[in-house]
Write a protein that binds this ligand. Structure first.
Ligand SMILES: Nc1ncnc2c1ncn2[C@@H]1O[C@H](COP(=O)(O)OP(=O)(O)OP(=O)(O)O)[C@@H](O)[C@H]1O
Ligand SMILES: [Mg+2]
Length: 409
């Protein structure tokens, strides 16, 4: 079965054509493609005509090199208009006629309590749900569990992490695919996809923070005790560093971008104050700037982005977790010193993300395609294409619980 992961980034459209082994569910990337576009800003599609155009071109290119049919499409959703909240609710289980008052929990109870938890902050007028991920359940005063089915109690409490976006935003993304006759597609919030590429179940269980630096966005995901606690988009990225370099080095964008990739470091203490870098300026003359000066500009902006990230972590009270390993990933993290700066600012262990559970022939999958391949991995791991007849609300909650139970055997 062929699945196409479509990462509609702020600057690039990146796709990973993957094959899923029906027995092992293992994912192998067959082909990766990347195209620049001008259809989005800070992760949100702002020009639907251009978006359809570039996606059409991408599909044509894939068709030229790959003759088999693509069965499923998974497209990323990103941008500032995505909001998330954790809803909690408790429902009574007991009935008056039941003397013991304790009731055995069924799937209907689970659905009811999750729905109630979701409704605590659901805004169904102009928002649409992208994901609702069950966090945990608690029966009376028993310890929390991820699957309460068949246990007995008087009341059932649940919490659920809901990610939602504007209806118009979700419709725009759908119409990019539907405009080309594609019906079999799902949408996945971009940070969840990127994170799925670089972590495994053990990381989720142990607790992990993943920070992914893109062009105009930075993604933040927090897992703790196997539970998704936070998934956020911060509307700043590596592009902000290029813009600063362009202004302060008085050069054009493309030269500034090259300097960022080849001569800049985000950890200015490692830069040489004596080493001079030649920069072509806007009037085609050359000026010289010290490596340290370039590093200071780069460091200041990345520090600001990291500050936004840590503020979010503090808002969720996950600051203690900054001291366990933090994964820094995404194309923007290939900047020299990006990892060291975060580590220095927060006194934390920081590592670079590596693709896990995704094969790419004998090669290592490049950071550029972590989101695209992660979209496919997320879809497979969470079985998001399955029919959710038993869910009633199409959220796939029961399938996820079933998957959790299956994992135990
Ligand atoms: N070697 C490198 N050193 C520094 N920065 C790099 C390097 N390689 C790529 N980048 C930067 O990474 C950014 C591209 O990130 P990415 O591909 O995630 O963009 P996008 O997906 O289009 O945007 P976003 O993820 O913000 O929606 C660019 O700003 C680019 O300059
Ligand atoms: Mg990106």
């Amino acid at each position: 079965m062929y699945i196409l992961g479509v990462d509609f980034g702020s600057k690039y459209l990146k796709t990973a054509l993957c094959v899923r082994d029906p027995q092992s569910d293992e994912i192998s990337v067959v082909k990766t493609l990347k195209m620049p576009h001008r259809a989005a800003k800070q992760g949100t599609i702002t020009d639907l005509v251009k978006a359809k155009e570039v996606f059409g071109m991408m599909l044509e290119k894939i068709k030229l090199e790959f003759s088999e049919a693509i069965d499923q499409y998974v497209i990323s959703v990103s941008g500032e208009n995505i909001s998330s909240y954790s809803g909690t609710s408790t429902i009574p289980l007991w009935k008056q006629e039941n003397e013991d008052r304790r009731v055995r929990i069924t799937r209907t109870h689970v659905n009811d309590v999750l729905k109630a938890a979701k409704m605590t902050a659901y805004n169904k007028d102009d928002k649409v749900e992208l994901h609702s991920v069950p966090q945990e359940f608690q029966i009376d005063d028993q310890p929390p569990t991820s699957n309460p089915v068949d246990m007995s109690g008087v009341k059932l409490k649940s919490s659920v992490y809901v990610i939602q976006t504007d209806k118009a935003h979700r419709e725009n993304i759908g119409s990019i695919l539907e405009g080309l006759g594609i019906k079999n597609y799902r949408t996945v919030f971009s940070p969840l996809a990127t994170t799925e590429t670089v972590i495994d179940d053990e990381d989720k269980e142990a607790g992990i923070i993943v920070i992914s630096l893109g062009d105009q966005t930075t993604e933040l995901t927090v897992y703790l005790n196997g539970i998704l606690r936070m998934a956020k988009i911060i509307p700043f990225g590596s592009n902000n560093i290029t813009k600063d370099l362009k202004i302060l080095l008085k050069t054009d964008f493309s030269t500034a971008n090259k300097i960022k990739k080849n001569n800049a470091t985000a950890f200015s203490a490692d830069a040489d104050p004596e080493k001079m870098i030649e920069v072509e300026n806007t009037s085609s003359q050359k000026s010289e700037f010290s490596e340290e000066f370039i590093a200071k500009i780069t460091e200041a902006r990345l520090k600001e982005i990291y500050d936004f990230v840590t503020k979010e972590i503090y808002k969720g009270s996950y600051q203690r977790m900054i001291h366990s390993p933090v994964i820094i990933t995404g194309p923007g993290s290939t900047l020299n010193g990006a990892e060291k700066l975060f580590s220095d600012m927060n006194n934390s262990k920081t590592t670079r993300g590596k693709a896990m559970g995704i094969k790419y022939g004998k090669e290592e999958l490049a950071e550029d395609f972590f989101t695209a391949a992660g979209l496919v991995k997320y879809a497979v791991v969470n079985d998001i294409f399955a029919d959710h007849d038993d869910d009633g609300d199409g959220t796939g909650i029961m399938s996820r619980i079933k998957q959790f139970v299956a994992d135990l055997f």
